[in-house]
Ligand binder design. Structure first.
Ligand code: ZN
Length: 173
């Protein structure tokens, strides 16, 4: 279904202008986010803010759950299966218009694209394994150091702090 580009643009600009309570950026040019918000608009038209916030919350939760499964697959292949970390959510409300999505320890997750969500979730899984399993994971096979989850050329990657080299992607392409 095609949407007049001008209407969509005006709707997004309106969100950006009135969006001081948003924990996401309606003006983001990230291709995955743009495609998603355009498809949501095509299906729903100009939504009220509470309606849109609910869709954003569900989108974020789905991205986190998906990333967690993929990151855990890698970790469990090395460490054996384990029962955490959990994804917990608080639905959007007047007090929390964006709702809350958490994974393991640490603050609410605010990212809204799979690349950034994957990096954050990998960091939370690493943290959970360190605290609950008392194991450093993952480790650089060359230098024996714990790795850091980050975007490397736009790809979620495990980076070794020693000479800053990429050991692997965080999930399979
Ligand atoms: Zn290394």
């Amino acid at each position: 279904m095609s949407v007049p580009a001008g209407e969509f643009r005006r709707w997004l600009d309106g969100l950006a202008a009135g969006g001081d309570t948003l924990d996401w950026d309606p003006a983001s040019e990230h291709a995955e986010f743009r495609a998603w918000i355009a498809s949501v608009y095509a299906g729903n038209g100009a939504m009220t803010m509470p309606w849109l916030e609910r869709l954003i919350h569900e989108r974020r939760r789905d991205l986190v759950v998906h990333a967690l499964r993929r990151v855990k697959d890698r970790a469990e292949a090395e460490l054996g299966s384990f029962d955490g970390p959990a994804v917990t959510t608080v639905a959007p409300s007047d007090e929390e218009p964006n709702g809350i999505v958490r994974c393991g320890y640490g603050d609410r997750i605010t990212e809204l694209t799979s690349d950034r969500v994957t990096v954050t979730v990998a960091d939370r899984v690493q943290d959970w394994i360190a605290r609950d399993r008392r194991v450093v994971w993952p480790v650089c096979p060359e230098h024996g150091r714990g790795l850091h989850a980050m975007l490397d050329d736009g790809t979620p990657s495990w980076i070794c702090g020693h000479t800053h080299h990429r050991v692997s992607t965080i999930v399979d392409g």
